[in-house]
Design a protein around this ligand. Structure first.
Ligand code: HEC
Length: 158
């Protein structure tokens, strides 16, 4: 090592920087299934938390936070974007509530995901429009869409 020319040293450090920069990508490709499962469950928990927050606002329980409706709707938009990507091959075992059907019926799973994603967009749009009745209706449709996917693709909750 001590014999290396400075030119080589430079090339070596460039390589090290390149390796470091590519690290997150490499780590993504080699994620442990249990980390992917934990990650997607956290994304889903965030969906549940945002939906709960929206429900409390719509029920008039926390009028002082009604200005945050849009934030929560955008949170659900983000959390329902391309859900199938959270269920790659090999993440179907371990501590997961996902049913085998997620991997057996990829087309059906994607259809449910796209539907929910569209309904989250519609809710965000309704919130921006400000019509209370429309917001209630879009919220109900979104909530039904979440449930429709869970019914077919998630283990029944006790
Ligand atoms: C395309 C299907 C699909 C859609 C749409 C969907 N989910 Fe899920 N959800 C799942 C699956 C599958 C699981 C189980 C994941 C696991 O355990 O690996 C899950 C898990 C959950 C969990 C439990 C997370 C935990 O581990 O504690 C919550 C809460 C949840 N979803 C809320 C929602 C809400 C709210 C929506 C709608 C805004 C939604 N989901 C939309 C498929 C879906």
């Amino acid at each position: 090592m001590r014999m290396r020319s400075s030119k080589n040293k430079k090339a070596w450090s460039c390589f090290a920087v390149a390796a470091l920069l590519s690290l997150p990508v490499v780590a993504g490709a080699e994620s442990e299934p249990e980390d992917i499962i934990k990650y997607r469950q956290n994304v889903m928990k965030a969906n549940g938390a945002n939906m709960g927050a929206i429900a409390a606002i719509l029920q008039g329980k926390v009028p002082e936070y009604k200005d945050r409706l849009g934030d929560h709707a955008r949170g659900v938009q983000a959390g329902t974007k391309n859900i199938p990507a959270l269920f790659p091959d090999g993440s179907d075992f371990g501590d997961t509530e996902a049913l085998e059907s997620v991997w057996k019926d990829r087309a059906g799973f994607k259809k449910r995901s796209d539907d929910t994603s569209k309904k989250a967009d519609a809710l965000a749009k309704a919130v921006a429009g400000g019509d209370a009745k429309a917001i209630q209706a879009r919220f109900r449709e979104l909530s039904d869409s979440c449930k429709a996917c869970h019914k077919d693709f998630r283990k029944e909750q006790q």
